[in-house]
Design a protein around this ligand. Structure first.
Ligand SMILES: Nc1ncnc2c1ncn2[C@@H]1O[C@H](COP(=O)(O)OP(=O)(O)OP(=O)(O)O)[C@@H](O)[C@H]1O
Ligand SMILES: [Mg+2]
Length: 347
């Protein structure tokens, strides 16, 4: 973890959340009392803050609450993965962060400013590459770069694009159109295009799920390397626990919907120079992996029962370090369980 978060704390520590926003929240609607877009960022605050975010949709029997009272902070340069069962609202949260959807309740701040819509500061990589089929690799990336910096001349756009084409190892394919590329190459173009606009935040919705295992592994490592080099802040959805352990600094665990919520945040205690090949040798690897799988298999659907027996504050979901310290209700899982090499939990 690069920066301490002001509303998440390791279990067993006396974390205390400054309630300066919450105090204002209760009495002021969004856009008032310090929540106007344009408020100066406070230097010690996280890059992203979700405060009491809830999403409801009209349903036959009234209203469905997909998730409720979601509180989350993400620091500059952090790589956060979200895991939860299908339908718990992960994509909806990502869309809210992207500014493509509005929360039914609650607030989302980036650098202390409430977001009001999509922005080139927040780039999205979808499960499908979403490239423009009539443009080349270079053309697709240049299109985004020209939108971001309309004043740049051709040569500057070209040089800038080339840097990102090289970064994702697509040198030599600049003039190819999407139809001439493999699935992994298309996804690489999507990653280069997102990174080329130098977003403050990269939002990724299962970006590798449509790829074969080999390509997925290669791209995971490229993303890990690029994000470490650029200190990119990332919010990524995945169903693959090994992908989360490889990439994330923190793994957010969501309970099953409807009325899903953040159960806890797992801190990845493996060293940042981890690779796909050495991951499983780390002493905490199996503790983290077993914790995630136990959550997905059992706790995600019985969470209400679990918190009937212990304190739970949605504003302050516990920060868990499997193998080091865990919630009082959870035993430390030390022994490796007999499991397949990669668990993809789309249940
Ligand atoms: N526009 C909409 N109108 C009504 N319900 C919606 C709408 N968009 C999403 N939902 C519902 O919200 C819930 C959460 O959807 P979402 O796509 O965020 O889930 P998810 O966690 O990303 O699932 P998956 O893992 O399958 O991608 C689903 O039950 C879905 O049917
Ligand atoms: Mg989704």
């Amino acid at each position: 973890m690069e920066q301490p978060l002001d509303h998440q704390h390791p279990v067993g520590h006396s974390g205390h959340r400054s309630d300066r926003h919450a105090a204002r929240r209760g009495s002021c609607p969004p856009g008032q009392g310090g929540y106007l877009s344009g408020v100066s960022p406070v230097s010690d605050q996280p890059l992203i803050k979700l405060e009491g975010v809830t999403k409801r949709y009209p349903a036959k029997a009234g209203v469905t609450t997909v998730f409720e009272n979601v509180w989350l902070s993400i620091g500059q340069g952090e790589f956060v993965c979200v895991i939860g069962h299908s339908g718990c609202g992960k994509t909806t949260i990502l869309n809210i962060l992207a500014g493509l959807e509005r929360p039914s309740e609650g607030y989302v701040f980036v650098q202390g400013r409430e977001i009001s819509g999509p922005s080139l500061e927040r780039a999205v990589i979808f499960q499908s590459h979403a490239l423009l089929p009539w443009l080349t690799v270079l053309g697709n990336i240049a299109f985004a770069v020209k939108s971001r910096w309309p004043d740049w001349d051709r040569a500057r756009v070209r040089t800038h694009c080339q840097r990102y084409i090289d970064l994702v190892n697509l040198s030599g394919s600049e003039k190819k159109r999407p139809a001439e590329l493999s699935g992994g190459m298309k996804q690489r173009v999507g990653i280069a295009r997102a990174l080329a606009i130098q977003p403050k935040i990269l939002l990724m919705d299962e970006p590798f799920s449509a790829l074969d295992a080999l390509t997925r592994g290669v791209l995971q490592e490229e993303v890990l390397r690029i994000c470490a080099e650029t200190r990119q802040t990332v919010f990524m959805i995945t169903h693959d626990v090994d992908e989360a352990i490889l990439l994330a600094d923190k793994i957010v665990l969501m309970t099953n919907g409807p009325k899903a919520r953040i159960a806890e945040v797992v801190l990845n205690t493996l060293p940042r120079d981890r690779t796909r090949h050495n991951l499983h040798h780390h002493p905490h690897y199996y503790a983290i992996r077993n914790h995630l799988i136990d959550f997905l298999v059992e706790r995600s659907r019985n969470f209400d029962r679990e918190i009937a027996q212990r304190p739970y504050d949605p504003r302050n979901p516990p920060l868990i370090m499997p193998g080091i310290s865990e919630g009082a209700s959870r035993p430390v899982a030390a022994a490796p369980a007999a499991q397949p090499a990669s668990i993809n939990m789309r249940l």
